[in-house]
Design a protein around this ligand. Structure first.
Ligand code: SD4
Length: 317
């Protein structure tokens, strides 16, 4: 296909797209592209929802989830609830390349990372301290989508065992609509395909919470004989439906990428009509698509594309 190679990623994270594209142009593999692309967002703390210093959990700590998948070999490396290591996608790749495992979690994942030469450092920043202390006082994290879905049952602040059942729900998702994982699919001229994700998950999550992003087939999926996909949004709900896997299988069965993305989203909608989420898809010929759940306040999903038809990353919706 003439438009190859292709880099596509969730949200308007164009420096990530560019980093991935440059990796391919300088002779890197699609895995290098996904690692460099998602890695760029980790460094830039894209939207505060990727990398260190964002989405502190109920104890104030930022923890990271990431995965990478090789669509040629179906190898996967992933980390979840990773602590004190900034380069989550790098560690995910190390899991893939230096172990026979797929997913490492928590403190043990950090020990593995340190053994692999990654530097342990505090992931806390003034921003994450501020979000956390505001929340302790019962204030929501200020964000641009705040009040989009006002829901009085989802007030902010720490868990109060004496409150009513709804207020009792932990990790109230008042800010669900402000967290924007990077998910990326890269496809080169020879049909090699890779996909990956990186995120700091969900603000005020219960410590130990793992989202969809590091889960194979949920956060991302790649199969060089069918296509690749990556998802973003309310991972607690989305991971129940393996949307990335579903989209890839639909493309294998002949669906075009847009239709595959739409179906993966509608499947979730059947049960959770108001869920916040989106997915990007690309097939083996370099055609791509995306879909989101159109709900009040979220009717357009932005994503980035770079293929040989342009000389810069393009914003799409
Ligand atoms: C999660 N899916 O941890 C991630 C967050 C996200 O847009 O994608 N937000 O649930």
């Amino acid at each position: 296909h003439t438009s190859l190679p292709l880099v596509i990623n969730t949200w308007p994270f164009k420096n990530a797209t560019a980093a991935a594209w440059r990796a391919l142009q300088s002779g890197g593999s699609v895995l290098d592209a996904v690692e460099k692309g998602c890695g760029r967002c980790q460094i830039e703390q894209c939207d505060g929802s990727v990398g260190y210093g964002g989405s502190p959990d109920e104890s104030g700590e930022t923890t990271l989830d990431a995965m990478i998948m090789n669509g040629d070999t179906m190898e996967v490396g992933a980390v979840a609830d990773l602590r004190r290591i900034k380069n989550a996608i790098g560690v995910a790749r190390a899991v893939m390349e230096h172990t026979d495992h797929t997913l490492l979690v928590g403190e043990s994942a950090s020990v593995f990372a340190e053994n692999m030469g990654f530097i342990a450092e505090d992931l806390t920043t003034n921003n994450s301290v501020n979000i956390f202390s505001q929340w302790l006082k019962g204030n929501c994290q200020p964000n641009y989508r705040k009040n989009v879905f006002p829901d009085p049952s989802k007030s902010c602040g720490p868990y109060k065992p004496s409150a009513t059942l709804k207020q009792n729900m932990r990790a109230q998702h008042a800010n669900t609509h402000s967290h924007d994982t990077i998910g990326m699919v890269a496809l080169d001229q020879d049909g090699h395909l890779a996909a990956g994700t990186s995120t700091n998950g969900l603000t005020h999550k219960v410590p130990g919470r793992v989202g969809d992003s590091p889960i194979v087939g949920a956060g991302a999926y790649a199969d060089s004989s069918a296509g690749g996909a990556a998802a973003t949004g309310d991972g607690d709900l989305m991971m129940r439906f393996l949307p990335s896997y579903l989209a890839v299988e639909l493309m294998r069965a002949g669906a075009d990428p847009s239709a595959a993305c739409k179906t993966a989203i509608s499947r979730i909608k059947r049960h959770y009509s108001e869920f916040f989420g989106a997915i990007i898809c690309a097939n083996t010929t370099g055609h791509y698509g995306a879909a989101c759940n159109k709900v009040p306040g979220f009717s357009q999903f932005h994503f980035m594309v770079w293929n040989s038809e342009s000389d810069a990353p393009r914003l799409k919706s």
